[in-house]
Ligand binder design. Structure first.
Ligand code: DP6
Length: 330
C-alpha cells in the first residue's frame, strides 16, 4: 500500500522564535505566515512488512530535486514518524521517501514543508490500520505535525496561517494573492539550526520582552491587513514586518554566546530595500528567516517592481520566484 502527500513551505511575518519549556514545540508567542504554495515537499509512504524498522530513501520524480538527508535530519524525520505511530497506536513499518520541488542546496528551508507532508501522508497511511485517524481534523493533523517541527503546523493552511496559543488555523485577509520572491544569499547549511536558535535566544537580555513585542506586532499587523491593502496600510505593514525580523535577528546577536545569519549580501539587499521605500514610499514587504536569504512579498499591482528587483540582483544572487512571476518572465 502506498500513500502520498505534498505540502507547501511558509514564510512567517510574525516569527515563531522561542519555545515554552518542555516537549512539543510550543511557542512563546503567536506567529503569522504566508504559505508559499510553489515551494513544496513530497512524501511517499510504502507499507513494508518485510522491514524490521522504518527506513528513509530519497524520492525520485520528474519535477523533483533529489535530496540526501544527513544522519541527524534523517533521524529527526524518522523519529517524528515513530512518534506519530506511537500516538496513533500503529506498529507497522514503512519505507518513507521524500523530496522537494526545489534544490536542497539552494538555501531554502524545507523543514516546515517536509514535516507537514510527512504528517499528512502518515495520518492517511496509519488510517489503514487505525481508522480513527481519518477522523482527525486538519487542525488536529497540524498539531501532530507541530510536534515534529513547529513551523510545519502553519503549512496546513493558506494563504495565511495563524498559530497561536490555542492552535493553528487559517485566517482571511483581503490580500490573498501576494507574490513571493526570495533572494538567495547563502546556500550552505546553517551553523546554528533554527531548533538551536529557539533555545539560544532565551539567553538574550532582550528575550524578556519578546512575547509582548511579537503579540503587539501581530495585533497591529492583523488590524492593518483586515483594513485592506491601500498604500498607507501596506506601508504600515512593511514597517511592522521589518521591525519583526530585525527583532528576531537582534535576539540572535545578543544571545550568549551570540550568533547570527546576516551576511554582507543580506545587508546590501536590505539597504537597497530601505532606499527604495524611502524614495518611492512603496516597495515589497521584506523579511528574513533564521538565515541570510531575503524574502519579498509583493501586491498584485507590483509585478513590474518584482521584475525590476530581480533584474537588479540576479547577476549576483540566485532568485526564486513564485510561479506567477516566473511564468511572466518566460
Ligand atoms: C526562524 O519550525 O524550524 O523560521 O520547531 O525546532 O523545528 P522547530 O523550529 P522551526 O523554527 C522556525 C523558526 C523561523 C521563524 C518561523 O518560521 O516562524
Amino acid at each position: 500500500m502506498i500513500f502520498e502527500a505534498s505540502a507547501p513551505s511558509n514564510i512567517a511575518l510574525i516569527k515563531y522564535m522561542g519555545k515554552v519549556d518542555g516537549a512539543g514545540n510550543l511557542p512563546t508567542n503567536s506567529s503569522l505566515s504566508w504559505t508559499i504554495e510553489d515551494l513544496r515537499s513530497y512524501v511517499k509512504l510504502t507499507h513494508r512488512s518485510d522491514l524490521p524498522k522504518d527506513e528513509w530513501a530519497p524520492l525520485e520524480g520528474d519535477h523533483l530535486a533529489q535530496i540526501q538527508l544527513n544522519e541527524a535530519s534523517r533521524e529527526r524525520f524518522l523519529n517524528h514518524f515513530q512518534s506519530l505511530k506511537s500516538e496513533l497506536g500503529v506498529q507497522e513499518n514503512f519505507l518513507i521517501q521524500s523530496a522537494n520541488n526545489f534544490p536542497a542546496d539552494c538555501g531554502l528551508a524545507s523543514s516546515a514543508s517536509s514535516f507537514a507532508a510527512l504528517t499528512m501522508a502518515a495520518v492517511e497511511a496509519l488510517g489503514e490500520f487505525n481508522p480513527s485517524c481519518r477522523d482527525l481534523s486538519l487542525g488536529e493533523r497540524a498539531e501532530l505535525s507541530r510536534k515534529g517541527s513547529g513551523s510545519s503546523c502553519r503549512s496546513f493552511f493558506g494563504p495565511w496561517s495563524l498559530w497561536f496559543k490555542e492552535g493553528v488555523r487559517p485566517i482571511e485577509f483581503p490580500m490573498h494573492q501576494l507574490l513571493h520572491q526570495v533572494i538567495i544569499v547563502e546556500t550552505e547549511k546553517k551553523a546554528v539550526s533554527s531548533s538551536q536558535a529557539h533555545q539560544r535566544v532565551t539567553t538574550s537580555p532582550l528575550f524578556a520582552g519578546r512575547t509582548d513585542r511579537a503579540e503587539n506586532r501581530l495585533a497591529q499587523l492583523m488590524n492593518i491587513f483586515r483594513e485592506g491593502d491601500q498604500l498607507d496600510h501596506w506601508r504600515a505593514a512593511f514597517e511592522i514586518v521589518w521591525a519583526e525580523f530585525w527583532d528576531m535577528h537582534t535576539l540572535f546577536e545578543t544571545s550568549s554566546p551570540p550568533f547570527g545569519y546576516m551576511l554582507p549580501g543580506s545587508v546590501q539587499i536590505l539597504r537597497w530595500m530601505e532606499n527604495l521605500w524611502q524614495s518611492e514610499n512603496d516597495g515589497p514587504l521584506v523579511t528574513m528567516d533564521a538565515g541570510a536569504n531575503v524574502h519579498l512579498l509583493y501586491r498584485q499591482d507590483q509585478k513590474a517592481l518584482a521584475h525590476k528587483i530581480r533584474g537588479e540582483f540576479q547577476k549576483e544572487f540566485n532568485i526564486f520566484q513564485c510561479n506567477e512571476l516566473r511564468e511572466e518572465t518566460r
